[in-house]
Design a protein around this ligand. Structure first.
Ligand code: SAM
Ligand code: SF4
Length: 462
């Protein structure tokens, strides 16, 4: 039996986190043990993200640093996986600058990890095995989930939308949905293990099921998942506004379990930019969708993604985005500087019609100041309310503080009572203070959930 150790460094989105859990599951089945520090690992996997240049630079920098470890311990194995591996440019770069890498594989063949590691042992050269396109959906892969009561479940892989700025359709392939019974069985098993906060995942969960026979949709799936005993909160990410149906809005409004956090990436508030982004909706259609969500789910917490400095974005286009943000009043927004991605149409336009960097940055700052003000005002509305909070752990900055989250995804910090362990439990909390990015609160009642079966108990439980 193998008794080697592994460490996985993950960049990027929750889909990548989930892929890392599946790689970890395969390694555990092979007898590998996880370690928390790359220095003591005999196998390191770098699971990369290609969505923006900054994520790529971080991963390449990290891979470069690992050369020192490899020099100290030549029997250590280093693998590069994830979205960057799907890009021809990465492979060329690794061959030229990172000969200490032993294995490169992609997003479509991570289920073959044991076979790939065997290949490495039989080869003196860097093994490169990247599939150009995805095969069938592979079920029943082992997985080593993160601790806690939150679990992520893939429902659809890939993306067919081809937004002109985005690399994902190239790195993740075409859309492939899992069958409802397979997903229901996975969530039932998770609920039996004590996972109560379930997030279903896909690059565009709203197109879930269109490729199945008979075709189904996300609302159909969520209705089935809601029936599962033990599931308390059901979340879904990420949504595309074009496919966010009235049926889904009504399903969320009627549900006791689907949370009222609605993340609807708008990307821009300007119609000409939305058209060139190939988002397939107009500002008016998006605002109509927001109105319908607010009408059906009055306590919905709305969040979004926005790209600033898309090629050709004028001051007028940017003002249209600012105006949309004022109109919608999102609780939070992820704001990004446009980053050209090789092979996408927008990267070619960036060569002809770029927004100068200082202008991009100035616009981003203006947008962030506006959003921060709105986020603070939205959070202030919650002062005095009692919210159910899932305590996720101790604050990273202060071990005397618990950090938790509401069903609407708001972070809540609570002074910790060292006599009790509330981690992984759902607790009523009165909100006492509001900041831009978090709330503070105090526990005002007993937990409404039992202790998690997987929590290592170090403190007395209430
Ligand atoms: N599928 C999701 C969607 O359609 O919103 C999210 C995909 S992507 C991982 C997350 C966010 O990254 C996008 O919503 C977009 O705002 C941002 N993004 C994608 N490509 C980008 C690029 N080339 N430059 C800057 N931001 C980008
Ligand atoms: Fe990228 Fe657009 Fe697909 Fe989202 S919907 S992953 S932004 S191509």
């Amino acid at each position: 039996m193998n008794s080697q150790t592994f460490y996985i460094k993950t960049y990027g989105c929750q889909m990548n986190e989930r892929d890392s859990e599946i790689m970890a599951g395969q390694l555990r089945q092979m007898g590998y043990q996880p370690v928390n520090d790359e220095k003591s690992a005999e196998l390191i996997i770098v699971n990369t993200c290609a969505v923006r240049g900054s994520a790529e630079e971080h991963a390449l920098g990290y891979i470069g640093q690992l050369k020192q470890l490899k020099d100290q311990n030549p029997s250590m194995r280093l693998a590069v996986a994830g979205c960057m591996s799907q890009e021809p440019g990465t492979i060329a770069w690794l061959k030229k600058h990172a000969a200490h890498v032993d294995l490169v594989f992609g997003t479509h063949n991570l289920h073959e990890l044991p076979k790939l590691l065997d290949k490495v042992e039989q080869s003196d050269e860097m093994v490169i095995d990247v599939w150009k396109s995805a095969g069938e959906v592979v079920e029943h892969l082992p997985s080593q989930r993160a601790d806690g009561v939150q679990a992520f479940v893939n429902i659809i892989y890939g993306c067919d939308k081809f937004c002109t700025y985005c690399i994902v359709p190239f790195t993740r392939g075409k859309e492939r949905s899992r069958e409802i019974p397979a997903i229901v069985n996975e969530v039932k098993a998770l609920a039996q293990e004590g996972y109560q906060d379930i997030t279903v995942l896909g690059q565009n969960v709203n197109s879930y099921g269109h490729d199945l026979t008979p075709a189904v949709d996300l609302a159909d799936l969520l209705v089935e998942l809601e029936k599962i005993d033990g599931v308390r909160w059901l979340r879904y990410t990420t949504s595309h506004p074009r496919d966010f149906s009235q049926k889904l809005i009504d399903t969320i409004a009627q549900s006791q379990k689907i949370t009222h956090h609605v993340h609807l990436p708008v990307q821009s508030g300007s119609n000409p930019i939305l058209k060139r982004m190939n988002r397939k909706y107009t500002r008016e259609q998006y605002l109509d969708l927001i109105e319908r969500v607010k009408r059906a789910i009055p306590d919905a917490v709305l969040t979004t993604d926005i790209i600033v400095g898309f090629p050709g974005e004028t001051e007028e286009d940017f003002e249209a985005t600012m105006d949309l943000v004022r109109q919608v009043r999102y609780d939070a927004a992820f704001t990004f500087l446009y980053s050209p991605r090789e092979g996408t149409p927008a990267a070619r336009w960036e060569g002809r019609d770029p927004v100068p960097n200082p202008v991009k940055k100035e616009r981003l700052n203006r947008l962030m100041s506006l959003q921060y003000q709105i986020s603070l005002e939205a959070n202030q509305q919650l002062i005095g309310r009692t919210e159910l909070v899932l305590i996720e752990g101790l604050s990273k900055k202060n071990p005397n503080v618990w950090a938790g989250r509401t069903h609407t995804n708001k972070v809540v910090l609570i002074d910790r009572d060292p006599a009790v362990d509330l981690i992984d439990r759902f607790v009523p909390v009165r909100i006492t203070q509001a900041k831009t990015f978090y709330l503070t609160g105090e526990v005002v009642g007993a937990p409404v959930s039992d202790p998690s079966p997987r929590r290592r108990v170090e403190l007395p439980l209430v």
